[in-house]
Design a protein around this ligand. Structure first.
Ligand code: MG
Length: 250
């Protein structure tokens, strides 16, 4: 299934995307829900980011090529940072270029969406706590990111976490093509099979630190090929089976 979130008749609703049509559901995919007979045309609504998260837990340096790009050693434990809920941005939303930033980067990432409260989960059972996958852009003020140190400022601005367009439970996250483009030009191209720390390991590891709540995001890191964006640019991230996340820079 492909879950989407949107405003319909002034209410926040979830639905199941099927081609160009959306079947409305009562409830949310993070709890009990019922599929209704009501449908809405995809073109008639504006999608919101699909998972209103309490925290987005992001992994740095999780693709070998990206670590090499920075001249950093392959980490032995995951490099972890958080993005605030206020950084979330909907598909088609505008990424705001902050005044204090002089180099704004995209980072194409596979995002895990937690479906059930996860605490001290074993790796073998980790997949039971995942609702599905979506696409994230871990937007980064690169010039504000120190090589060694805290990344909260560089990655925590409002609009720095575009997510979407939908959550799919139909893909296997361990072998998906991941691509980013700026103004149509391909910038990153890799496969999630290159992750240093795979998804079940991350869910288990993080759940032994903090309780993962329904809707929370684990963004699994970006492959090599990062570079800057300018105001007016169009950035697209495509992951096999998860559609395309499109945003502009404003
Ligand atoms: Mg990242």
């Amino acid at each position: 299934m492909k879950f989407v979130r949107f405003i319909y008749e002034e209410n926040e609703r979830y639905g199941l995307l099927e081609n160009s049509s959306i079947a409305l559901i009562d409830g949310t995919p993070f709890g009990e829900y019922r599929i209704t007979d009501e449908t809405v045309d995809r073109e008639d609504i504006e999608l919101l980011y699909p998972a209103p998260f309490s925290k987005a837990v992001c992994i740095g340096l999780n693709y070998r090529d990206h670590a090499e790009e920075f001249g950093l050693p392959i980490p032995e434990t995951p490099v972890v940072f958080l993005k605030p809920s206020t950084s979330a941005l909907s598909p088609e939303g505008v990424i705001e270029y902050p005044e204090m930033c002089h180099r704004l980067d995209y980072e194409a990432e596979l995002a895990v969406v937690i479906g059930k409260t996860a605490k001290n989960v074993r790796e073998e059972e980790a997949m039971d706590f995942i609702l599905g996958y979506t696409i994230a852009n871990d937007v980064t003020a690169r010039d504000l990111q120190p090589k060694n140190g805290q990344w909260t400022i560089a990655k925590g601005f409002d609009t720095f976490m575009p997510l979407g367009p939908y959550i799919s439970d139909e893909v296997d996250g361990s072998g998906l093509m991941i691509t980013s483009r700026v103004n149509g030009e391909t910038k990153q191209k890799s496969n999630t099979s290159n992750l240093i720390f795979p998804v079940p390991y991350l869910v288990s590891y993080l759940s032994h630190v903090m309780t993962l709540l329904p809707g929370d995001i684990i963004s699994t890191g970006t492959p090599g090929g990062i570079s800057g964006m300018q105001k007016g640019d169009k950035v697209e991230i495509e992951i096999e089976g998860l559609g395309i996340l499109r945003n502009t820079i404003g």
